[in-house]
Design a protein around this ligand. Structure first.
Ligand code: MN3
Length: 257
């Protein structure tokens, strides 16, 4: 027994000795080095417009990583801090010193003629993305409730029928563009889609109305994560729809009528 205790003692000493030796020989990463491997999420509030801008950026009320896994962090960052910033700067540049400079964004969209491609792209890009950021939120999804739910059932038959129609409009939009849920001039809810940065407020829209929900189906909105699988992006998009916000927009628009 004494021998066994002795051997265990020797063995332990050796093991501890080895471990100590190893700890000295092996390079252990310093905490600073380890922290560089953590992906840093940039802050949407750090995005700055050019000076003397008339239209401000919509302040993103959540972080770039907030919509994971449905919309990935990098896509959100590039989309907001590069694409959206670009549309907003170009809109501001295009309206300075013109008849559009004192108008609201809705008035600009209403007034611009289809031959004005700069404003179609950039006033459209600004308005469309503002709505897009606003109607998404983390931990949302589900189904609409209240007045909007009743209107969806009245105008589409059911939420499922609406969703199929919305997803189909998004899937079938050829190339870059948007799918929309709008209130038409009679107050009815309808689904439509538009190419590029056009939207249902523009004169050339095939179906005009007030948008309350949209999905961006430009490749820049999903390609980093979904590549050619646009349908998967569209299917997952329902998980980030902020129906409380869409309902608010619906009720505000209906009360104006
Ligand atoms: Mn976009």
């Amino acid at each position: 027994m004494k021998n066994l205790v002795f051997y265990v003692f020797v063995l332990t000493t050796l093991l501890v000795g080895c471990n100590t030796k190893k700890l000295i020989e092996v390079e252990v990463p310093l905490p600073e080095e380890a922290s560089t491997t953590v992906v840093k999420v940039n802050n949407p509030d750090d995005v700055k417009l050019d000076e003397n801008s008339i239209f401000e950026l919509y302040k993103l009320p959540y972080k770039y990583d907030a919509l994971e896994p449905n919309i990935d962090t990098k896509t959100m960052e590039v989309h907001y801090s590069k694409h959206y910033l670009g549309y907003t700067n170009n809109l501001n540049k295009a309206i300075i010193g013109t008849e559009f400079e004192k108008l609201t964004i809705e008035e600009i969209l209403n007034k611009l003629t289809p031959d004005n491609s700069v404003l179609r792209n950039n006033a459209g890009g600004y308005y469309n993305h503002n709505l897009f950021w606003e109607i998404m939120a983390p931990n949302k999804g589900g189904e609409p409730t209240g007045t909007l739910n009743k209107a969806i059932i009245a105008d589409f038959g059911s939420y499922q029928v609406f969703l199929e129609s919305f997803n189909e409009a998004a899937s079938k939009q050829f190339g870059a563009g948007w799918a929309w849920l709008i209130i038409d001039k009679t107050g009815k809810l309808q689904v439509t889609s538009t190419p590029n940065q056009d939207n249902p407020l523009m004169q050339n829209a095939t179906l005009k109305g007030k948008p309350i929900l949209c999905i961006d189906v430009w490749e820049h909105a999903y390609y980093l994560k979904y590549q050619n699988k646009r349908k998967d992006y569209i299917t997952n998009f329902v998980n980030v729809i902020n129906w409380d916000m869409v309902s608010k927009k619906y009720e505000a628009a209906i009360s104006e009528k």
